[in-house]
Design a protein around this ligand. Structure first.
Ligand SMILES: C[S@@+](CC[C@H](N)C(=O)[O-])C[C@H]1O[C@@H](n2cnc3c(N)ncnc32)[C@H](O)[C@@H]1O
Length: 251
């Protein structure tokens, strides 16, 4: 998918709050071999690496656009690599992932597969947006189903693969995971108006649609903005962003 680092950074402080909540779940120990799955532009991976004394951290991402930005954060204890998180191999003391796993399907198999690459003393820490029931996401899918976009998109629709907190807890339990923590939290972002919500989702949920819309992207955004204004006329506007955080240890 063609990620746009500039667009993604427009709400950087709001997007980094859950990263710090996830970092609080990490058991800080020296000499960890750690990986940040879907590291994006790397500044948060740098903060993770700085928090782990004498550790070796790999930032893994599939997007060259994001990795090009990340390169400037590399150091002797932090390197960046292109790769697919759903094909993770190796053996890790810490697998960390902030706002990335939602782009891979089939979490019932993906989470066990990722968990299986932990060392005996390893820990998995994941944050996944669970905002897919918000009206903005429903209106994206509604607009995508309407003419002329349904034809342009070839009836493409992205259904979030994100599960419930109960399901993540059960998946971890079934892996014999220890010290399981799973919770969902609302990050109450206050935005200027509904256009700002469209701006926000232009850096994330709309990315797979933009990839397929080509020159019709602006038209799609205009229709979405009109619907959003009708649905969320307030200014300022509360954008209650839901996210799932979980952590578990191998032993
Ligand atoms: C929303 S960004 C999050 C970036 C960073 N973790 C942060 O918190 O700012 C999602 C990132 O996941 C990456 N990504 C999506 N699917 C991936 C995959 N299958 N393997 C590796 N990276 C992936 C994207 O390229 C993008 O950089």
């Amino acid at each position: 998918m063609p990620w746009n680092p500039e667009q993604y950074h427009k709400f950087q402080s709001e997007r980094s709050a859950p990263f710090y909540d996830l970092l609080k779940l990490v058991l800080i120990r020296p000499n960890l071999k750690a990986v940040d799955l879907g590291c994006g532009t790397g500044e948060l991976t740098r903060i993770l690496a700085d928090a782990l004394p004498e550790s070796n951290v790999t930032g893994l991402d599939s997007s060259l656009q994001m990795l090009n930005k990340a390169a400037s954060y590399s150091s002797p204890n932090l390197k960046f690599e292109q790769g697919d998180l759903s094909a993770l191999t190796g053996s890790w003391d810490l697998i960390f992932s902030n706002a990335a796993i939602q782009w891979s399907e089939d979490h019932e198999n993906l989470i066990p597969q990722i968990f299986s690459t932990l060392n005996p003393v390893g820990q998995l820490c994941v944050q996944i947006p669970s905002n897919h029931h918000h009206i903005s996401h429903l209106l994206i899918r509604e607009t995508a189903k309407e003419a002329p976009f349904n034809k342009i998109l070839n009836n493409f629709e992205r259904i979030a693969p994100v599960l419930s907190i109960d399901q993540y807890a059960k998946i971890l339990f079934d892996q014999n995971a220890k010290d399981i923590i799973v919770f969902e939290k609302i990050y109450p972002h206050v935005l200027e108006n509904s256009d700002a919500v469209v701006e926000w989702i232009s850096g994330t949920a709309l990315v797979p649609y933009f990839e397929r819309l080509g020159e019709h992207k602006t038209e799609f955004v205009a229709v979405l903005q009109t619907k959003m204004k009708k649905a969320l006329p307030e200014s300022p506007l509360l954008y209650p962003f839901r996210r799932i955080l979980f952590s578990a240890k191998k032993q």
